[in-house]
Design a protein around this ligand. Structure first.
Ligand SMILES: [Zn+2]
Length: 296
């Protein structure tokens, strides 16, 4: 009898420990670590649904590699413009310079999120906010480890958000479409600026306010019965990172970041949002702009 009781206690201990620690892994953070700067930054999260498989993208350098590629491209395209050495995206980093990535397992199933298609980012924003990830100084970039019925990535558009609605989140869905088309065809986590990196940067620039409606080449899609009807925030210049077509299928490699400097980067329209003057890039100008700059 004595032995039996001891044994039960041990079994119970292991069961409980298992339930609460299955996502707990060495090096993983479930909170947004204390900021080392002024707190205005792009906070990165690895978010999975309740039924999702933890692929450890926050731990195995997949996310870090993706962000490195994004930032390298952004820096190369901003060289010799507002700053000689270019600018970098202001990701939330730890003291050692590594990205502060938060892991979060949601209470929602993958299907609930996937079926929302391009709107899934709105569901994700509310979900992370309910877990306390709603710092007004931050924008959030989510690598969602699950599927999406329609798109590989999407973002909230701060300049289109109605009063009282928070638009601070961009998301990459990985693997995204169930056909695998988000990670095949020159996509996936690879050490290059491929389609996945391009999609991620495109959405991050959206949540930072690009392309502002006041930009001269700003494009709003027509009502054609597609998922993109009446969506703005793009420009009609093929090859630009913010180029998009209504069908959401682009074949062009991203070559430009507003190369004419007339739309959203380093332009001279003071009343229009400029990513070079964003609070979320470094070096940061004096009196930097928030993503809703000049939106009436
Ligand atoms: Zn877009």
């Amino acid at each position: 009898m004595k032995i039996f009781i001891k044994y039960s206690i041990i079994v119970l201990f292991f069961l409980t420990a298992n339930v609460y620690s299955s996502d707990e892994k060495i090096g993983r953070n479930f909170v947004d670590l204390e900021d080392i700067g002024d707190g205005y930054n792009i906070h990165v999260m690895y978010v999975i649904p309740i039924d999702g498989v933890d692929k450890e993208y926050d731990l195995n350098s997949k996310i870090s590699m993706l962000l490195y590629q994004i930032d390298k491209w952004f820096n190369s395209k901003t060289k010799d413009r507002l700053y000689v050495h270019g600018q970098n995206l202001k990701f939330d980093r730890k003291e050692d310079g590594k990205i502060d990535i938060t892991f979060l397992r949601l209470k929602k199933e993958d299907n609930e999120i996937s079926k929302e298609g391009i709107q899934a980012v709105n569901v994700l924003q509310q979900a992370i906010s309910s877990h306390g990830f709603n710092d007004p100084k931050k924008v959030y970039f989510i690598i969602y480890g699950g599927s999406n019925r329609d798109v590989c990535a999407s973002s909230q558009l701060p300049s289109y958000a109605s009063e009282g609605i928070i638009a601070n989140t961009a998301a990459l869905y990985y693997p995204g479409k169930r056909s695998g088309s988000c990670i095949d065809n020159n996509g996936g986590f690879k050490p290059e600026f491929n389609e996945t990196a391009k999609a991620a940067l495109h959405e991050i620039l959206h949540v930072l306010g690009a392309v502002p409606q006041c930009a001269e080449d700003h494009l709003v899609f027509d009502s054609e019965g597609t998922i993109n009807d009446r969506i703005g925030g793009h420009i009609a210049i093929p090859g630009d990172i913010m180029y998009s077509v209504q069908s959401n299928v682009t074949y062009d490699k991203a070559k430009y970041l507003d190369y004419k400097s007339t739309n959203y980067y380093n332009h001279n329209n003071e009343k229009c949002l400029d990513i070079a003057r964003s609070r979320y890039v470094i070096p940061t100008v004096d009196n930097p702009q928030l993503p809703t700059f000049a939106v009436k």
